[in-house]
Ligand binder design. Structure first.
Ligand SMILES: [Zn+2]
Length: 366
């Protein structure tokens, strides 16, 4: 090709969206269906497995809508992975752990999830509308349940709203070091919805608290029912800041997050973390193969849920979540109700996370 033709070719290539095959790759950290409908036109997809979607903008970065720019995180390919867990981490079955996880009852999880979905609008924004919003009713209910199970339960209020405060609910059992279990209870705001996202994870958190109430432990426990996840992971960031301010952050040994744990199409669980904790996620995956019927996939890097503030604080943390390749079609829609959810799957995720706690601490039955 002559120099002149070459330069025409390059000019054309630069003008066409073909140019998107080059240039920086970003992790897309937003999956809300209405957000995607507004922004998909600006993106070419470079990688799409489970929760891990990498994109290249088809316009110069500065020309993208601000909401899209806010959802693009630069990544290097070495930090990216979404694949079935390896088989190198081996775990022997332990009768004590088997007995522990057998105490999980899926009927408890579905009953708690149903009560949460019946509270009304659980979005943090509903706190602007009236003093008896679904968000407030849910927070009070979770606090009452954690208290009834024997934990020191308190509301951690981090933001004033027009009618009521925006608060996390925290149930603690004191110790030198802690395992933190997180799940958000707020929603995107549909009436009596958010059953899978994330009444399911909150209910699984309560069931883990119930089972662990039957054991003494050498580590303390912090159950963080987080608020404001749907508006920028607000509650977990606020709680991580509080732990930093008090110096307690250095006492958090592990953090476990559950977000959307009750929709099951193919038995796959995604375990999401950052590269520095990949070996930890592989160990969790090995436990899943011994103590549950789930097929574990490991995903990285982490984004968009309550494990992120703790990973950013340097704490080994992971998200346990249903397989995003076959995720709930009612995600962030009014039809995210109790209909069609799989509470045995949610129970398996609670069993897995209990097996992790048993592996990281010394538990003794009461
Ligand atoms: Zn969620």
């Amino acid at each position: 090709m002559s120099k002149a033709i070459l330069s025409i070719f390059f000019a054309l290539a630069a003008a066409l969206p073909l140019g998107a095959a080059e240039g920086p790759v970003y992790l897309l950290t937003e999956r809300d269906p209405s957000f995607l409908a507004r922004n998909e036109v600006y993106l070419s997809v470079a990688y799409d497995k489970g929760r891990t979607r990498l994109v290249r903008p088809v316009l110069p970065y500065g020309d993208l809508p601000p909401e899209l720019r806010a959802a693009l995180k630069p990544v290097s390919m070495g930090d990216v992975r979404n694949a079935p867990a390896g088989s190198f981490a081996k775990v022997e079955e332990d009768h004590f752990v088997r007995e522990l996880v057998s105490r999980v009852n899926p009927r408890n999880i579905s009953a708690w999830a149903e009560r949460l979905t019946m509270t009304g609008k659980r979005s943090a924004g509903a706190l602007d509308l009236g003093p008896a919003s679904g968000n407030r009713l849910a927070a009070d209910m979770i606090a009452a349940e954690l208290g009834r199970l024997g934990y020191a339960a308190e509301q951690h209020c981090y933001r004033k709203r027009r009618q009521d405060d925006e608060c996390n609910v925290v149930g603690r059992r004191e110790g030198e070091k802690y395992i933190l279990v997180a799940a958000h209870f707020d929603t995107v705001g549909h009436e009596n919805a958010g059953a899978d996202d994330n009444a399911s994870g909150t209910a699984a958190l309560l069931e883990m608290a119930r089972v662990l109430a039957g054991y003494r432990s050498d580590l303390g426990l912090i159950f963080l029912a987080a608020n404001g996840e749907e508006i920028g992971i607000a509650g977990s960031y606020a709680y991580a800041r509080k732990l930093k301010a008090s110096g307690e952050i250095s006492k958090i040994a592990w953090a476990i997050n559950m977000d959307m744990v009750a929709y099951n199409k193919d038995g796959v669980i995604e375990l999401e973390t950052n590269r520095e904790f990949a070996a930890h996620a592989e160990w969790v995956a090995a436990l899943a193969r011994v103590y549950t019927r789930m097929e574990p996939h490991v995903a990285m890097p982490a984004w968009g849920s309550d494990h992120v503030p703790f990973l950013e604080a340097g704490i080994p943390a992971y998200l346990s979540i249903e397989h995003w390749d076959n995720h709930n079609p009612c995600y962030h829609r009014p039809c995210d109700t109790m209909q069609g959810l799989d509470w045995d799957f949610a129970a398996d995720i609670a069993r897995l996370n209990l097996a992790v706690i048993a592996g990281k601490s010394r538990l003794t039955p009461n």
